[in-house]
Design a protein around this ligand. Structure first.
Ligand code: NAD
Ligand code: DAU
Length: 377
């Protein structure tokens, strides 16, 4: 249990007020974006984080190793759909906000096995919303109640696919999800919206474009290409490689979430993107060039490993985010360009071979039982 009183600093506040104002409940904070968020948060804030994560294959406590022994962080292994657990955490820690990163997130996996996506992204979000609603409705302190936030982290994929020349996705773009993953995220967005509209739950939603950066699981395009290139394996480019994604460095996504949490208008949706539309093949070629420079092969270029493979079924052709609302209303803009962000990312993978090796060997799963998780009784 964290000693919240150490964070008080204000003799006039009651303990109850301090508890209410000074904890975040983050879900999915052992995954790629959630862990980057937690690490960034605790690098600049004393406000504790309760990190609820099911620790699926995508949840990696090793990413949070630098927080071991840090009283501001507590990782709890559990499911967002476990109402008893979530209610207990809410009652015990009285967070001022719940940030929902937890999800099944990989499109290819959703095509091969959509069940988990329905379970976590739809049913899990529903159950989480209900637990949070019960907690929020029962808050007796009017100030704590009015300050409380539920921030739902979602994706640009809910808007479907753009044709060449179409304007980028704004917040009012119609929902047209095409994969089991994006359909499940779209459903979760609708639930969040409805819980605000019907019950008044103080929600915020962000819809972000493709992230990249440190601690990205090497099943996704950018980390997969880096680790395959270094291992001398083929670099599988789906179809013609001309599908376009709008890339954002993960720490810029985290700063956008912090800003929306701080100042976003209740019930509003904020699109988050980096104005970095690139075809996949260009991404892969850029990675090869950076590796040629930073870790040259004895002979030739990494680009010789590029291999065109069968396309993803239902593959969306183009995503692009119009992030002007977030910039105009909340003054957010990304700190990284694609050029600076991808360089940092390649450098990070070169500097962290153990993290990659443990993910690839499955050794990171052992941490789940050995090191970090507070298991539920
Ligand atoms: P990820 O797959 O890396 O991490 C997901 C985390 O959620 C993992 O730690 C996993 O263990 C946990 N989790 C899964 N099911 C759970 C459950 N039932 N209960 C509790 N925890 C559970 O995903 P990510 O890339 O970090 O994405 C985080 C969020 O951001 C997701 O909601 C995703 O839809 C959204 N998003 C991702 C991107 C991207 O490019 N990666 C872009 C926009 C939005
Ligand atoms: O747009 C936001 C979304 O971005 C998030 O909501 C998802 O959680 C996240 O996984 C990501 O989805 P994508 O499907 O766009 O990401 P992925 O890295 O799987 O693929 C990026 C592009 O690269 C896509 O067009 C498919 C292609 N690709 C992917 C892989 C894994 C390949 O060509 N080869 C590959 O091996």
């Amino acid at each position: 249990m964290l000693l919240k009183s150490q964070h008080s600093g204000n003799a006039s506040c009651s303990t109850q007020q301090i508890l209410i104002l000074m904890t975040l409940l983050v879900t999915g904070g052992a995954g790629f974006i959630g862990a980057n968020f937690v690490l960034d948060w605790l690098a600049t804030s004393q406000e504790p984080v309760i990190n609820l994560d099911k620790l699926t294959y995508a949840g990696n406590p090793e990413t949070l190793a630098s927080l071991q022994g840090d009283a501001r962080h507590q990782l709890v292994q559990g499911d967002i759909g476990d109402a008893a657990l979530v209610s207990r955490l809410l009652a015990e820690h009285q967070p001022r906000a719940v940030l929902n990163f937890a999800a099944e997130s990989h499109v290819d996996r959703s095509i091969h096995g959509p069940g988990e996506f329905i379970e976590t992204n739809i049913v899990g979000t529903f159950r989480l919303l209900e637990s949070v609603r019960g907690h929020w409705a029962g808050l007796s302190d009017a100030d704590a109640k009015s300050r409380f936030r539920f921030l739902h982290v979602s994706t640009d994929e809910v808007y479907g696919s753009l044709a060449k020349g179409d304007p980028a996705f704004s917040e009012s773009h119609r929902y047209e999800p095409n994969s089991p993953y994006s359909a499940s995220k779209a459903a979760s967005d609708h639930l969040v919206r409805a819980w605000h509209h019907t019950y008044g739950l103080p929600v915020l939603t962000t819809n972000c474009s493709n992230n990249y950066g440190p601690y990205h699981f090497p099943e996704k395009l950018i980390p997969l290409m880096i680790v395959n290139a270094l291992a001398g394996k083929p670099l599988p480019v789906y179809g013609d490689g001309m599908q376009i994604r709008d890339w954002l460095y993960v720490k810029d996504h985290c700063s956008a979430i912090r800003r929306v949490l701080e100042a976003g208008r209740l019930g509003e949706v904020y699109n988050v993107g980096g104005w970095n539309e690139k075809p996949n093949i260009e991404i892969v070629q850029t990675i090869c060039k950076l590796l040629d420079e930073m870790r040259p092969k004895t002979e030739g270029s990494y680009a010789s490993q590029i291999s065109y493979v069968t396309d993803r079924p239902g593959h969306d052709r183009r995503y692009a985010i119009d992030a002007r609302k977030l910039q105009a209303e909340l003054g957010w803009k990304p700190a990284e360009t694609f050029e600076t962000g991808i360089r940092k990312t390649v450098e990070w993978y070169l500097a962290n071979p153990d993290w990659v090796a443990h993910v690839q060997s499955g050794a990171y799963r052992e941490w789940v039982s050995k090191n970090y998780a507070e298991r539920r009784a």
